[in-house]
Design a protein around this ligand. Structure first.
Ligand code: SF4
Length: 404
């Protein structure tokens, strides 16, 4: 402990100051007591023992790694043997275990929770996604390693690491805590990302290592997904189309009759859901609900960019809806809206509570507006995000500060 003219200096180390040994205030009092300095070493050992064997954890767990984390807390591995306690509050925990993929929307929340933990505190990054983003590393919403927001003390590699690996990481952390208590220099572990050990195993689109012809084929396939492709392209590798009857099941005979008789729809394609005018779409959903289609299965939008060539097409968005009747003889009723850029789709929130988040998701990812939605704002990305990543014209390499 450092002693100054003004008395002993009790200072808890800040995160990232491994070179500063942690000194417990009680130890300072013991050292000042006459005749008790001889006991200091023993007391210090006792305090260190208590500290290393009562690491309370804050579970910052997402995705699949969280399942392994839960398994580690269950009876077979039983993390409690190490004196750990999982707490649902950051204010009474020593170790944040970040397990799973962290997105740019979650990142500020993770940082805030970390800052709410009292010193001294430690962080464990569990799994490749937490360590580097792994194969989601280059995706637009993924943080490429939590050590960009939190100082990580121990990395537990794997996809996912099993409970034993996490236990090993905790033993490693205990060792580091003991070293810091003993005043030894604890060198921060090198991030696997900084060591460039996390290069994606599959080269990205546009990577010089890739076959340029394959790049072009993929781009064409994405941009002209609905167009018949010439022989020799990627479509040859696709699984065969399902028989027409399978798609036709989506338009049940009663739905066909309903559309024809009550909504005047005559174009009922055998291989796709029918296109309904936006002005009749809420009435159709209401009518179907009256007929027992009470479950909203999905609302999914697709962006079709403008197409030149022999069969030019203007830019448009398609929003597909599906409702299911619940119970015996369950049927799915599906239809589509075709929208010009800027055109809105009437909301279904008043009819189906589940439409709330589904419409927000499509608004967030594709920019489709849902007129009448009571709270239309982004769902998965931060409000500050620019653009809509599932539009075909969204640049996959768009910067995402501070990570890209
Ligand atoms: S590292 Fe693997 S197991 Fe863990 S969250 Fe990522 S993908 Fe899932």
């Amino acid at each position: 402990m450092a002693v100054t003219d003004a008395g002993p200096l009790y200072r808890l180390p800040l995160a990232g100051e491994e070179e500063v040994a942690y000194e417990h205030p009680v130890l300072g009092s013991v050292l000042q007591a006459p005749g008790l300095s001889l006991a200091a070493t023993g007391v210090d050992r006792l305090l260190t023992w208590g500290l290393t064997n009562s690491l309370w954890m804050f579970p910052m767990a997402t995705s699949c790694c969280a399942i392994e984390f839960m398994a580690a807390a269950a009876s077979r591995v039983d993390l409690d043997r190490m004196g750990t306690i999982l707490r649902g509050t950051p204010r009474q925990t020593d170790v944040m275990i970040i397990a799973g993929t962290i997105t740019v929307k979650m990142a500020p929340r993770v940082k805030k929770l970390w800052e709410q933990m009292p010193e001294p505190k430690w962080a464990i990054a569990m799994g490749s996604c937490a360590i580097s983003g792994d194969f989601y590393r280059n995706l637009y919403p993924v943080v490429p390693g939590v050590d960009t927001i939190v100082p990580v003390d121990v990395y537990v590699p794997g996809c996912p690491p099993n409970p034993e690996a996490l236990m090993h990481g905790l033993l490693r952390l205990q060792e580091k805590v003991r070293m810091r208590r003993a005043g030894q220099l604890v060198v921060r572990e090198a991030s696997p990302a900084l060591l460039e050990l996390t290069r994606p195993t599959i080269a990205r689109l546009g990577d010089p290592a890739r076959d340029r012809a394959l790049d072009r084929q993929q781009e064409q396939a994405a941009l002209h997904a609905t167009e018949a492709e010439p022989a020799g392209t990627l479509s040859e590798a696709r699984p065969p189309e399902p028989p027409a009857t399978q798609a036709r099941d989506e338009v049940t005979p009663s739905l066909e009759a309903l559309l024809r008789d009550e909504f005047g729809v005559t174009d009922l394609p055998a291989d796709a859901a029918p296109v309904i005018g936006a002005d009749r779409h809420v009435a159709l959903a209401r009518r179907l609900r009256e007929l027992g289609h009470t479950q909203l299965v999905y609302i999914v939008a697709t962006h079709f960019p403008e197409k030149a060539g022999a069969r030019p097409q203007p830019e448009r968005f398609e929003v597909a809806y599906a409702l299911r009747s619940v119970g015996p003889g369950s049927h799915v009723a599906a239809w589509r809206l075709s929208l010009a850029p800027g055109e809105g789709a009437p909301t279904l929130v008043g009819l189906f509570a589940g439409a709330d988040w589904q419409e927000r998701e499509q608004y967030d990812l594709l920019g489709v507006r849902f007129d009448g939605h009571p709270d239309l704002r982004r769902l998965m990305l931060p409000e500050t995000w620019t653009g809509h990543p599932l539009r075909k014209d969204f640049a996959a390499d768009a910067p995402c500060r501070p990570w890209r």
